[in-house]
Design a protein around this ligand. Structure first.
Ligand SMILES: [Zn+2]
Length: 121
């Protein structure tokens, strides 16, 4: 058990600036953020490719009913696009943003095959 003397901490607070040793300055620079996002993407991709069914359970545990999500088809060939595959490719955006895009009926999707045909690069 950790024994913390709260009274002494509050007494020190009254002396001003004595909380400085508790507060650790955090600086996140853009390149670190990029690395963090890359690592998060790796974790999601590993999780989805190894435990696809568990991903559906995870969604349900955070209040997202997989069966209630929009059904999507490729706007060119009409092939079904699965939310999990869409999230797999876009996990760096975060689940909230990916879900927002997925549920927006104004946004059209195309499948990987049609992307290859239509992508000039
Ligand atoms: Zn297609």
């Amino acid at each position: 058990m950790i024994n913390i003397d709260l009274e002494s901490i509050f007494q020190k607070k009254s002396n001003h600036n004595n909380f400085a040793h508790i507060i650790i300055p955090t600086q996140i620079v853009p390149c670190e953020l990029k690395i963090i996002k890359k690592n998060i993407t790796k974790i999601w991709k590993k999780f989805i490719s190894s435990k696809r069914d568990n991903f559906i359970t995870l969604l349900e545990n955070i209040g997202i009913q997989y069966k209630d999500l929009n059904n999507r088809k490729c706007c060119y060939c009409e092939e079904k696009i699965d939310f999990i595959d869409f999230f797999y490719l876009n996990s760096s955006l975060g689940i909230g943003k990916v879900l927002e895009i997925w549920q927006n009926n104004l946004i059209l999707f195309y499948c990987n095959k049609c992307q290859l045909i239509n992508d000039p690069f």
